[in-house]
Each structure stands twice: as C-alpha cells, then as structure tokens.
Design a protein around this ligand. Structure first.
Ligand code: C2E
Ligand code: MG
Ligand code: MG
Length: 480
C-alpha cells in the first residue's frame, strides 16, 4: 500500500510539475493546489492527463496492480474564498465524479450542495429504517423454462419512504453499503425471507441477494446459519445471489468464504452475469449452482438482428459444461420466453411470469401448485399489422362507423369523418361479438389511436363479416 501511494504521488507531481503543489490528505485522497489556474479547459485537460497517468498499471514487488481515480475541481473565488470551503466543494464535486462512474472529473456546481443535503436526509432516514419497520420484502417467481412451474422466488427489498414514497433498491442499497448499514439490513432480509419461505411447500426455494460487503464479512456463514435455524428452513432451499464484484478483491478469504457457505449446504447463484468484469477464471473454481443471465441480454433478444441471442447461447453452453443452471432475468414478452427456451436456459424470471409480490400473494400462488402461463405482449416491438376493416366505435352512447388501418397487441389506428376525443373510453366492435376495450390516446386530422386496456392477440381477430348473412356459427368472443 505504501509503495503504491508513493508511486501515485510521483505520478501526480510529474503531471502537475511547476504549476502547483500536491499533497496527501490521508487514506487514498490527494489534493492538488494550482495557484492562478482558473481556465476550465486547461483544468479539464490537466485532470484528464492525471486520470490517464494514474490509471496506468503499477509494478510493485513483481506484481502488476491497476487502480482508478476520480477528480473533483473547485475554482477560487467562484466556488469558495477560503481553503475550507474550496476543499469542501472540491469534495462534493469528487463525490459527483464518483457517482458518474469512475475515471472522470467534475467541476463543482451549486446544485451539488442541494444533492448532498438531500442525501444526508435520506441517509438519516435510512439509519432508522429498521427500527421504524420501514422495509418490506417482495417475492418474484422463478419458473422452470420447461414446465413453467414455480421453482422458487427471489426476495427483493422495498423501502416505502413515509414522504418520498417508494425508493428504488438501486438507490438505497449502495447508500446502505456506503454508510455501513448493509450488514444489519442484509441480515434482516435473510431472516425475514427464510421465515417466509418456511411457509411454502418443501420444493420451493428462496433466493436472497448478498452484497459484496456482506460477503466480505467473516461472520456471514454464522448469520446464514442463524437465519436457517430460526426459520427451520432446509439449507438446500436457500440460494444466495452474489455478483461478480466479489471477485474484484479476490483473496484467500474469498475462496474460504465459498467453501464455508458450500459447507452449510446453501446454493450459490452468480447474479447479473455479463455486466461485471466477467473474467471467466473464477467460474472454474467458485461452487456456483446457477448463473443468472442479466436482463440487458434478455431484453430485446428476440428482435431480429439483435446479437444478444448469441451471447445467451454461449453463456448457456458454458454453464452446462460446468453443470450449472441458468436463469434468464427480465423476460417481458412471449417471444423472449420462446427464444430463451429454445436457447436452453433452465429457468426464467421476469414480469411475464410475475412481478415481485407481497409474501402472502407468493404463498397463495405456490399453494395452487399450477404452472403459470406467461402474461404479456407477444413481441418486444409490438408489430403492427396493416388491415382495412370497418368497425363500430362506441363512445358513451354515441356510435361511430370507423375504418381500422392497423392493429397490434397494444392498440389500433383508425380513421373516420367524426373522431372521438382524446382520453375517451371506447369500445371497438368488429362484428361476431368481438369487442376491444381501450382509450383514445391521440387524434389528428381524421385519424386517431387507441390503446387497449388489455393486450390482444392479433391472430385472434375475428374474420371480416361476409356480405351475405348467416352461415358462420362461430361463437362470439369478447376480448378486452
Ligand atoms: P437483481 O438482484 O438483479 O434483481 C432483479 C431486478 O430486476 C429486480 O429489481 C426486479 O424487480 C427486476 N425485474 C425482474 N423481472 C423484470 C422484468 O421483466 N422487467 C424489468 N424491467 N425488471 C425486472 P429491483 O427489485 O428494483 O432490484 C434491483 C436490484 O437491487 C437487484 O437486482 C439487487 O441487485 C438489488 N437488491 C434488491 N433487494 C436486495 C437485497 O435485499 N439485498 C441486496 N444486497 N441487494 C438487493
Ligand atoms: Mg438478484
Ligand atoms: Mg440480477
């Protein structure tokens, strides 16, 4: 560590040269003071050079090490007229730079004070959230790709803030990690989810997300054992979801943690696969039972020309060789389900099979024991079919004769002499008793668009009525 700090200091002094001074504030933070340099372009260019230089690999005692750097910049007197306020504002800018993704610089802006204040407020509330019982867990079904039977649920944390409303876990979990609260919060999730799962049939598992900070805590196996013991849940029914970032600081302790968790008998899943640094080496030795393919590969994979299918296929092949299961995350359309299945994924999780739901609802769902039919649109792009059909539009008591020009799973476009009003609730009658219910979303000239209340299968559109009455005895259907 000392050797690295010395080398970083050398590179900083080299880049800054005669223009200013470099000092270390403590830890891994350095300050650079540049008297008289106020030109933003010049400052930005220098910051870029520093980022480039500091990010080059270091050789320390024969090992190569890489680090990143973020920079915050405050200019006097615009951003402060004393050392204290300048350093504080540069610090806020540094914070914004880190939030923007590592390896960038940011100039201070006044709005950063408001952001920081807001964050502090949120932080204070988060510190009390366990005491105030402000957290809840929802459960999202994971189904077998082959049978569409539920095999388990993923426990997902929710924070319903008393004044802000729901705060996304993508926002408050990093905050909890930063202020050292993820330990107690994660333990609460583990205990609560195990208790809930103990109510489900024996063959249904529960998956719990584990932050890298929890993973680095040597007490994790004890915490897991505690949650299992308190709930009476069999270890094989608990799956811990870990992201690739646990391998970033891979040490002896990482291997040992894997061994201890495996020893307990819980299952280990690799979450969000493909979005991290995806070095494949660790897959060889880490005892994962499952790889979760990130939603970014699943979504849109069925759109022609999209390359995600090739990536999913490769991940499935890799997982099969290593005897691991695969869950495709974030499947939203029927086409995606069909594709995922054809690519050989063993499990599917996504809105199409169910959104995250309260524990009670999850319990009802599994007690039914039925496969869940996928619910949703057919295709990601919701393709429109051009048709030319007359239909009767019911708007309140009024009836309009309209010509439908195109139709998709989500809505239709039609034209007529008299158009309905925007936001009108309407029913479109196609004959044969088939009526679609929806709302007018736009009107222009003699044309208007309707969004259906419920997705509609275009292939189930009744055939156009024949000119001569009567031989067709199909029963009418009413689709919403
Ligand atoms: P994750 O573990 O990858 O969880 C899946 C996320 O995808 C969930 O978001 C889920 O609601 C969402 N999702 C599932 N199917 C679909 C779909 O078909 N379409 C779309 N658009 N989204 C879908 P959520 O609940 O907002 O959670 C976000 C992330 O927050 C999670 O990603 C996980 O990394 C983290 N998280 C949630 N709960 C916990 C927790 O208890 N502990 C820790 N450490 N992290 C958690
Ligand atoms: Mg997860
Ligand atoms: Mg995920």
């Amino acid at each position: 560590g000392d050797s690295l700090l010395r080398q970083v200091a050398e590179r900083l002094t080299r880049e800054v040269g005669e223009r200013g001074r470099v000092g270390r504030l403590g830890g891994d933070e350095f300050n650079v003071v540049l008297p008289g340099l106020v030109d933003r372009r010049e400052l930005g260019a220098l910051a870029d050079r520093i980022i480039h230089s500091v990010s080059q690999p270091y050789v320390i005692e024969g090992s190569t090490i890489s680090i990143g750097v973020s920079i915050g910049i405050a200019i006097a007197p615009e951003h402060g007229d004393c050392a204290d306020s300048l350093v504080r504002n540069a610090d806020l800018a540094l914070y914004a730079a880190k939030a923007a993704g590592k390896g960038v610089f940011r100039f201070f802006e006044n709005a950063m004070h408001a952001d920081a204040k807001d964050r502090r407020l949120l932080e204070t509330d988060l510190r009390h959230v366990l005491r105030d019982k402000g957290l809840a867990i929802v459960y999202q079904p994971v189904v077998s790709a082959r049978t569409e039977q539920i095999v388990g649920f993923e426990a997902l944390l929710r924070w319903n803030h008393p004044t802000r409303g729901p705060v996304s876990p993508a926002m408050f979990i990093p905050l909890a990690e930063e202020i050292g609260l993820i330990g107690p919060i994660g333990e609460w999730v583990l205990r609560t989810a195990c208790l809930e799962a103990a109510n489900w049939p024996e063959n249904i598992r529960v998956a719990v997300n584990i932050s890298p900070i929890q993973f680095a805590n040597p007490a994790l196996p004890t915490i897991v054992l505690g949650a299992l013991a308190a709930s009476g849940l069999h270890p094989g029914r608990l799956e811990l979801e870990i992201t690739e970032s646990v391998f970033l600081n891979e040490t002896h302790a990482t291997d040992e943690m894997f061994a201890r968790l495996s020893g307990i008998g819980v299952r280990l899943a690799l979450d969000d696969f493909g979005t991290g640094y995806s070095s494949l080496g660790y897959l060889k030795k880490a005892p994962f039972t499952k790889i979760k393919i990130d939603q970014s590969f699943v979504r849109g994979a069925s759109i022609p020309g999209n390359r995600n299918a090739a990536i999913i296929k490769a991940i499935v092949a890799l997982a099969e060789t290593l005897e691991m299961e695969t869950t495709a995350e974030g499947a939203e359309t029927q086409d995606e389900v069909a594709l995922i299945r054809s690519l050989g994924c063993s499990h599917i999780q996504g809105y199409i099979f169910g959104k995250p739901m309260p524990g009670e609802d999850a319990c009802h769902l599994v007690q039914r024991g039925q496969p869940i039919a996928p619910q949703g649109f057919t295709a990601s792009r919701d393709p429109r079919t051009a048709i030319l059909r007359s239909a009767v539009l019911h708007v309140g008591d009024r009836k309009l004769n309209v010509r439908v020009r195109n139709i998709s799973a989500g809505g239709l476009m039609a034209e007529s002499k008299m158009v309905p009003g925007e936001t009108d609730k309407v029913e479109v009658e196609f004959g044969e008793g088939q009526t679609l219910v929806g709302e007018v979303r736009w009107t222009t000239g003699g044309r208007f668009g309707i969004k259906f209340d419920q997705p509609f299968r275009v292939d189930q559109l009744a055939p156009a009525p024949r000119k001569t009455a009567g031989t067709d005895r199909r029963t009418g259907s009413r689709a919403h």
